[in-house]
Every structure is written in structure tokens, then in C-alpha cells.
Design a protein around this ligand. Structure first.
Ligand SMILES: NC(=O)c1ccc[n+]([C@@H]2O[C@H](COP(=O)([O-])OP(=O)(O)OC[C@H]3O[C@@H](n4cnc5c(N)ncnc54)[C@H](OP(=O)(O)O)[C@@H]3O)[C@@H](O)[C@H]2O)c1
Length: 289
């Protein structure tokens, strides 16, 4: 193992994600100190060689970067505010999901305490950590990213996006927005198929193939949006409004509520009412900003 991968790390937060990260670092041979607010979540990690810290102060006494994997922005402050005066000169890699301005606030807070701050948005679920397909998007301190890129790559592909600490979070939640819209559509479709006796598992298998095929068009749709030219559409807003109207009728026939479908239908109805029906579907983007 290369010497660089022996960097010691401290993990604050042993929820599902913190445990997965700590286990991966331990497997790679990194000296790993762990702390969790509620005791007792470190048993497997201690058995694998981790050093358990009874307090946050004890945890941050260990050398190396401090990696926070807590619930939210408030929990990062709740954990680190009491030890802020001991953090000068240290490096904090915050993998806790925070909104962009919360990440920027934490970066400013860190700067006031002479703490070097790197923010990360985890694009993975715990079982993916350390496996191909996991990625973490980073922004904030470039020196912290460069100094620890080798160990960060142990848990997930690591990509750096500049010194705006809120950038990685914006990207993270923009990707999650697309994911949740897809999941919502899946639930809606599963409810429709239940009305004709098809299991959600069977529908899920077919939906996975269909949605995967449809996502291939996203880079092209993005290019159309970036061009700002919507006058030569493959499929117009009016076409998509007609489809949403049909989905609405089909959903009513299946006794399925319109919670997931209605917002998009409302948007398209308004676009057509405003005279944009002949433009490309991507033009709807302009109304969202
Ligand atoms: N799980 C995922 O799939 C996933 C994916 C991407 C990103 N993330 C992000 O990773 C972070 C951790 O996720 P997780 O899955 O590990 O969540 P989790 O299993 O719910 O664990 C939450 C952790 O935060 C701690 N915590 C909560 N409030 C606290 C407070 N006020 N002070 C100190 N510690 C506090 C909990 O400690 P206690 O044990 O004491 O409650 C626990 O260690 C979240 O920001 C999440 O959005 C998770």
C-alpha cells in the first residue's frame, strides 16, 4: 500500500454513511478515529481496528483531516461549535448534506476559526461506498482536496469544482431533484398498474428499462436549453401537454391521485395558454428560473 494512504482520519458521525466511510478507510489500512453522539454504534468499527473517541474533543485530537458525516447543517454546528477554539489550522471535510448557503455559512464559520473547509456532496448510498459508481462532488478548499485526494478516492470517485463551498451542494441537490422526480413518477405509475393487477416489482423492472432509455436524451435537451433556441422542436410543448392530459385521464380512470403529475401539467397548461405551444418542451426551463 502506498505511504500516502496511511493518512489518519477522524470520522464524526456513525450513521449508515459514516459507518460505511469508516469501514472503507479501515479496510484500506488508514488509522481511523471515530466518534458518534449516541454511544454504541462503533462496535464493528472498533473490532476492525478503529480508535473510539468518547468525546468530540478526543476525536479531533487525532491527527489528519476531520470528516463530518452528520445529519444536517445544525448538527455540524452542534458538534463543532463547542470545540471551535481547538480547530485552528485543521482541515474539515464536511460530507454532511447541507443546502448551498448552509455550506457557504460553514465555510465562513471555518475561516473565522482558521479551519480549512472542503464541502462534499455524496452521490451514493452506503453500500456503494468504496465501489465503482460511487462519486463525491467537492468544492471549497483546493489545498484540502489536493492534500487528501488519494484517501478520498478510496471511498468514491472524487471531483473538485472550485472554491465556492456551496457549488458541490448545488450540484448534489440538482441531481437529487431529478432523482426524486423520477422516483415520484415511479410511485405514480406503480399505483396505476396496481389498478390492473400488475405488481410494483414487475412494473419497476419495465420502468427501469424505459427510464434508462429516456435519460439518454438529457445531454441533448441540455444543449437545447443552453442554446436558448426552442423554435425547431423534436416534440413541442403542445404535444407534451396532450400527453399529460392523457396521463391525467388515465390516472383518474385508475383512481390514482394527481399529486405527482399535476405540477408538470400545470406548467405545460400555462405555457400553452401563454402561446408557447409550438416551442420545444425544453422551453419550459425558462419559466423555472
Ligand atoms: N444514507 C445515504 O444514502 C446518504 C447518501 C448521500 C448523502 N448522505 C448524507 O450523509 C449524512 C449522514 O447520513 P446517514 O445516512 O449516515 O444518516 P443517519 O444514519 O440518519 O445518521 C445521522 C448521523 O447524524 C448524527 N446526528 C444527528 N443529529 C445530531 C446532532 N444534533 N449532533 C450530533 N450528531 C447528530 C447521528 O447521531 P446519533 O446516532 O447520535 O443519532 C448519526 O450519526 C446526511 O447528511 C445525509 O444526507 C447520506
Amino acid at each position: 500500500m502506498a505511504e500516502t494512504t496511511k493518512t489518519p482520519v477522524t470520522i464524526l458521525g456513525l450513521g449508515a454513511m459514516g459507518q460505511a466511510l469508516a469501514a472503507t478507510f479501515l479496510k484500506a489500512g488508514l488509522p481511523t478515529t471515530v466518534w458518534n453522539r449516541t454511544p454504541g454504534k462503533d462496535a464493528e468499527l472498533l473490532a476492525a481496528g478503529a480508535v473510539g473517541a468518547a468525546t468530540v474533543a478526543e476525536a479531533i485530537d487525532a491527527d489528519g483531516p476531520i470528516i463530518a458525516v452528520l445529519l444536517d447543517h445544525a448538527s455540524v454546528h452542534a458538534t463543532l461549535d463547542p470545540v471551535a477554539d481547538r480547530l485552528a489550522g485543521r482541515q474539515l471535510i464536511n460530507l454532511t448534506s447541507t443546502a448551498p448557503n448552509e455550506a457557504r455559512e460553514l465555510a465562513a464559520w471555518a475561516a473565522r476559526h482558521d479551519l480549512h473547509y472542503l464541502d462534499g456532496g455524496i452521490m451514493a448510498v452506503p453500500p456503494m461506498i468504496g465501489q465503482p459508481g460511487a462519486s463525491i462532488l467537492y468544492s471549497g478548499s483546493r489545498p484540502v482536496f489536493d492534500a487528501h485526494r488519494d484517501i478520498l478516492e478510496l471511498v468514491a470517485a472524487a471531483e473538485y469544482f472550485g472554491d465556492d463551498a456551496g457549488f458541490a451542494s448545488t450540484y448534489d441537490f440538482a441531481l437529487l431533484a431529478a432523482m426524486y422526480a423520477m422516483f415520484g413518477g415511479f410511485l405514480h405509475g406503480a399505483a396505476m398498474m396496481r389498478s390492473v393487477g400488475v405488481s410494483a416489482a414487475e412494473y419497476g423492472a419495465r420502468a427501469a428499462a424505459w427510464v434508462s432509455a429516456m435519460t439518454q436524451s438529457l445531454p441533448h435537451q441540455g444543449a437545447v436549453i443552453d442554446s436558448g433556441v426552442y423554435t425547431d422542436p423534436v416534440q413541442s410543448i403542445a404535444f407534451h401537454k396532450s400527453a399529460l392530459d392523457a396521463i391525467t385521464r388515465a390516472s383518474r380512470d385508475a383512481n390514482v391521485t394527481l399529486d405527482f403529475v399535476a405540477p408538470l401539467k400545470t406548467l405545460l397548461d400555462r405555457q400553452v395558454a401563454d402561446g408557447h405551444g409550438a416551442l420545444g418542451f425544453e422551453c419550459t426551463f425558462e419559466e423555472l428560473r
